[in-house]
Design a binder for this molecule. Structure first.
Ligand code: ARG
Ligand code: GLU
Length: 723
C-alpha cells in the first residue's frame, strides 16, 4: 500500500496476469471437480472421470482415502483394510511401541502375521461417506445488519440441526465447515475407525533418511512410509480395540501402478490439506512472516539446541524425545523456508499492488464504495493491534507451554478444582484420578528432568527478555522483585521444590489420594505457575484476540467476496481447511537458482552417494547396500533399470497432505506425498508455479523395501499391482 501510483499501475497489469489460476495452483473440492476441473484435467492427460474420483452413487477413489490420526492422510491398498501413510505420520505410534530393547524406530518393524500387528490406542482413521453443499440452508435470510456474535449463533444452531438430520440413527459423525471465509458451507458425513494397528515400518535410516538436514528439501531420498491396518467388528463396523475385531473390508482400495511416470505426466493428490491462507491482505502476511515466524524460529533454535544435544548423548533420551524433536524441527525449518520464499517472491509487493488495484476499484463508484471502500483501512487498523497480541501469544506457546513440567502440573487442575468444591463427589474424583494417572504416565515416559529444566530456563529467559512489557504475565514481577531477574535461580528453586519433577512422588500421591491432598498440589510452585500462565492466557490474551479474530473473520468474509467480484474470470479455490481436496499437476523438475536445474526424480544410487557413516541422518543400512550392489530390484525397477526413490510434481499441497495418495492418469497409485520443496514452502501464503513442488515417495521404492528389504511379501500379495 506504499507504492507510488505510477509503479503501481504497471505492476497491476502484471499482477492481473499472474492472479489467474494456473493449472498447478489450487486444492479443489471433490464434489465440484465435474463442474470446475474435469475438462482441464482431461486436457492435461487424465483418463478417468470426475465421478471415478468422487461419487456418492457408486464406489469411487474417495472410499480409499482416510484421515490418519489428527493430521495426516492415508490410503487403503487392499481388500483387508491395509493402509499406507508416511513414516513421519506413523512416527508417534512407532515410538510408543519402542524401547531400548525393541527399538522399532531404529530397526523398523514388520508384522509377519495379523496376530503380530500392534494395536495403537487412541489412533483413528476417518473415512468420508459423503459431502453436501449446505450454504443455502446455513445462510438463508440472515439479516445483514445483525452482529457477528448473533450471526454465529444463528449459524451454529442451523449447523446442529443439519448435522442431526445427516447422522440420524447411523453410527456416522457429521461436520460442517465454512469455505471462502463463510461465504459457503459444506457438510461432511464421516465414519471413524478406532482400532488401527501397526503393520510395518522401515528403519529410520530409510524412513527418515536425510533427517532434518534434508527435510523440506529436494533432491530427497527419504523412504517415508509406514503401514497400518484398520480393524472392525464382525459387522464390518468401527469398534474400539478388541482381540475379536477383524480386518476392515473397504468399499474400494487403490490399485498400485508399477509403470512409473515421465517428466510432464499428469498426476493428482487426493487428501486432507490442513490450512492455507492465500487470500489474506498484506498486513496479515507481514504479521505472520515479520513477527510470528521470527519469534518461532528464534525460540526453536534454542529448544533444538538443547534437545538435539541431549538426544545425541544418550540413546534412551533419543527415543524419548524423537517425536517431540521432529515436530519442533519440522515447524522451525518450514518457517525459515516460508520467510525466504515470501521475500524472493516479493509477496508483500504483489499483495500491496493488488490492494492498490482493489482500492481503486472499491472507491471508484458509490455502491461498491459503500460495501468495500473501508475494508483495507479496517484491516490495517486491526492487524496493527492483533500483531501485538500475536507476539505475546507466540512467545508463550514457544516457551512456558513447551515445557513438560508445567504441562504435567497444569494437567492436575480439574482434580484440584473438583476437590475444592464443598460437596465434592468421590466418584467423579476417582474417575478424574484414573484418567490423570493414565495421561501422566504417558507424559512421564518421555520426560527427562535435566532436559526439561534446561528448556524451561533458556526459553523463559528468552521470553522474559524479549516480551513487550505491556504484556508481562504476573510472575515476571516476582522474577524482577524476588529474584532480581535471575531466572536461573527461579528455575532451580522451582524444580527443587516441585513434586512434579518426580514421577514416583506424583504417582504415589495420586495412588493413595485423599481429597484434602489437593492442597499439596495447589501450593506446588510448578502448579501455581502453570495455572497462573493459563489464566493469564485465557483471561488476558484470548478474549481480546477472539474479538479481533471475529472481526478479522467478518472482514475476510467480505474481502473474499469482494475479490471474487473484482476478478470474475478467475477460478477461485477455497483455502485448505482440513477437508478432502484434489490437487492436480504434472511431474516436473525446476530451477531453484541461477544455473541450477533439478531433475524430477531421485534414485537409490543417490542414497549410496549421500552415505556418510559419521552423520546420523546419512547412515545407510547394510542390507539396503547389499540389494543395491546386487541390483536385486525385482519388478520394482524403472524402465531405465534404476530404483526411483522420490519424485516431484506441481501439485499444490500443504501440511496434512502427508501420506496422501499420488495418482496417475488412470487413478492408480504411483506415490505417497510427504513434503514440499524448500523454494516453495511459502505456498501456504502464496503459490509460485515456478518453484512450488510436492515431494512424493515413489511407490515402487516403497514396495521394494517391503518385499526385497523386509521380506514382507505377504503384504505385497494383498495389494493389487498393475504392471
Ligand atoms: N516436512 C514434512 C512435513 O511437513 C516431513 C516432516 C518429518 N520429518 C522430519 N525430519 N521432522 O511433515
Ligand atoms: N510433511 C507434511 C505433512 O505432514 C506435508 C508436506 C507439506 O506440508 O506440504 O503434512
Amino acid at each position: 500500500m506504499v507504492n507510488t501510483m505510477r509503479r503501481g499501475w504497471f505492476i497491476v497489469l502484471l499482477a492481473a496476469a499472474s492472479w489467474t489460476v494456473k493449472a498447478e495452483e489450487g486444492m479443489w473440492i471433490p464434489m465440484l471437480l465435474g463442474d470446475l476441473n474435469e475438462e482441464e484435467m482431461i486436457a492435461m492427460g487424465m483418463r478417468i472421470s470426475a465421478e471415478d474420483i468422487y461419487s456418492v452413487n457408486h464406489s469411487s477413489l474417495k472410499d480409499a482415502v482416510v484421515v490418519f490420526g489428527g493430521g495426516c492422510t492415508a490410503e487403503i491398498v487392499s481388500t483387508q483394510g491395509l493402509i499406507l501413510t508416511n513414516h513421519h505420520c506413523g512416527y508417534g505410534s512407532i515410538q510408543r511401541h519402542s524401547s531400548l530393547e525393541y527399538d522399532y524406530l531404529t530397526e523398523g518393524y514388520w508384522a509377519f502375521s495379523q496376530a503380530e500387528e500392534l494395536p495403537c490406542p487412541g489412533l483413528t482413521c476417518t473415512l468420508l461417506i459423503r459431502m453436501e453443499d449446505v450454504t443455502e440452508r446455513i445462510l438463508d435470510r440472515i439479516p445483514a445488519e445483525i452482529s457477528e456474535v448473533e450471526r454465529q449463533k444463528v449459524i451454529g444452531e442451523r449447523m446442529e440441526q443439519i448435522k442431526k438430520e445427516a447422522t440420524g440413527s447411523t453410527h456416522y459423525t457429521a461436520d460442517i465447515e465454512p469455505f471462502f471465509y463463510g461465504n459457503a458451507y459444506y457438510l461432511f458425513v464421516n465414519e471413524i475407525f478406532k482400532d488401527i494397528r501397526l503393520v510395518g515400518a522401515p528403519p529410520s535410516s530409510i524412513g527418515k533418511f536425510g533427517g532434518d538436514t534434508d527435510n523440506w528439501m529436494w533432491p530427497r531420498h527419504t523412504g517415508d512410509f509406514s503401514m497400518f491396518r484398520i480393524y472392525v467388528d464382525s459387522a464390518n463396523l468401527p469398534a474400539s480395540y478388541s482381540p475379536d475385531n477383524v480386518p476392515y473390508t473397504p468399499k474400494n482400495h487403490l490399485k498400485i501402478s508399477l509403470e512409473g511416470y515421465q517428466e510432464g505426466d499428469f498426476t493428482f493428490v487426493f487428501g486432507y490439506p490442513g490450512r492455507t491462507t492465500e487470500y489474506l491482505p498484506s498486513n496479515a502476511i507481514r504479521m505472520i512472516t515479520g513477527e510470528e515466524n521470527p519469534i518461532r524460529i528464534h525460540m526453536r533454535d534454542i529448544a533444538l539446541g538443547i534437545i538435539d544435544r541431549a538426544m545425541q548423548s544418550d540413546d534412551a533420551t533419543r527415543i524419548q524425545y524423537a517425536a517431540k524433536q521432529a515436530g519442533i524441527a519440522n515447524g522451525w525449518k518450514k518457517w525459515i523456508g516460508e520467510n525466504k520464499g515470501i521475500r524472493r517472491l516479493e509477496a508483500l509487493d504483489k499483495k500491496e499492488n493488488f490492494e492498490e488495484r482493489f482500492q481503486h476499484w472499491a472507491t471508484k463508484n458509490p455502491p461498491v464504495r459503500e460495501q468495500y471502500g473501508q475494508l483495507l483501512p479496517a484491516f490495517e487498523k486491526l492487524f496493527a493491534e492483533l500483531t501485538l497480541y500475536a507476539r505475546a501469544e507466540t512467545y508463550l506457546w514457544e516457551s512456558a507451554f513447551r515445557t513438560d513440567l508445567l504441562r504435567i502440573a497444569g494437567a492436575c487442575r480439574t482434580l484440584v478444582d473438583k476437590c475444592r468444591e464443598k460437596e465434592s463427589d468421590r466418584a467423579l474424583i476417582d474417575k478424574e484420578l484414573t484418567s490423570l494417572k493414565n495421561s501422566l504416565a504417558g507424559q512421564y515416559k518421555n520426560y527427562r528432568q535435566d532436559v526439561d529444566r534446561e528448556l524451561f530456563l533458556q526459553l523463559m529467559q528468552a521470553y522474559y527478555e524479549n516480551l513487550d512489557p505491556a504484556f508481562s504475565p504476573p510472575f515476571f514481577t516476582e522474577i524482577k522483585l524476588k529474584y532480581k531477574g535471575d531466572i536461573e535461580r527461579f528455575t532451580q528453586d522451582m524444580f527443587a521444590s516441585s513434586i512434579f519433577d518426580s514421577e514416583k512422588t506424583v504417582m504415589d500421591l495420586l495412588g493413595h489420594y485423599k481429597p484434602s491432598d489437593y492442597k499439596k498440589i495447589a501450593r506446588d510452585p510448578a502448579y501455581k505457575l502453570a495455572i497462573e500462565l493459563r489464566d493469564y492466557y485465557f483471561n488476558r490474551l484470548v478474549p481480546a484476540m477472539q474479538i479481533m479474530e471475529a472481526r478479522s473473520d467478518s472482514l475476510m468474509r467480505i474481502y473474499m467476496k469482494a475479490q471474487m467480484e473484482l476478478l470474475p474470470d478467475k477460478r477461485f479455490y477455497p483455502d485448505a481447511n482440513s477437508t478432502l481436496r484434489v490437487a492436480y499437476g504434472r511431474v516436473a523438475g525446476y530451477t531453484p537458482a541461477d544455473a541450477v536445474r533439478y531433475d524430477s526424480h531421485t534414485t537409490l544410487a543417490g542414497i549410496i552417494m549421500k552415505e556418510d557413516s559419521d552423520i546420523y541422518d546419512y547412515a545407510v543400512n547394510d542390507r539396503l547396500k547389499e540389494l543395491y550392489s546386487k541390483a536385486d530390484y525385482g519388478r520394482y525397477a524403472d524402465q531405465d533399470g534404476t530404483i526411483h526413490t522420490c519424485f516431484i510434481a506441481t501439485n499444490h499441497t500443504s501440511g496434512g497432505n502427508s501420506g496422501s495418495p499420488v495418482l496417475n492418469a488412470q487413478g492408480h497409485l504411483i506415490g505417497i506425498n510427504f513434503d514440499r520443496c524448500w523454494e516453495g514452502t511459502m505456498s501456504d501464503l502464496m503459490y509460485d508455479p515456478d518453484m512450488c513442488r510436492n515431494i512424493s515417495l515413489d511407490i515402487r521404492y516403497c514396495l521394494f523395501i517391503i518385499d526385497k528389504f523386509a521380506g514382507a511379501t505377504h503384504l505385497i500379495n494383498e495389494m493389487t499391482l498393475v504392471e
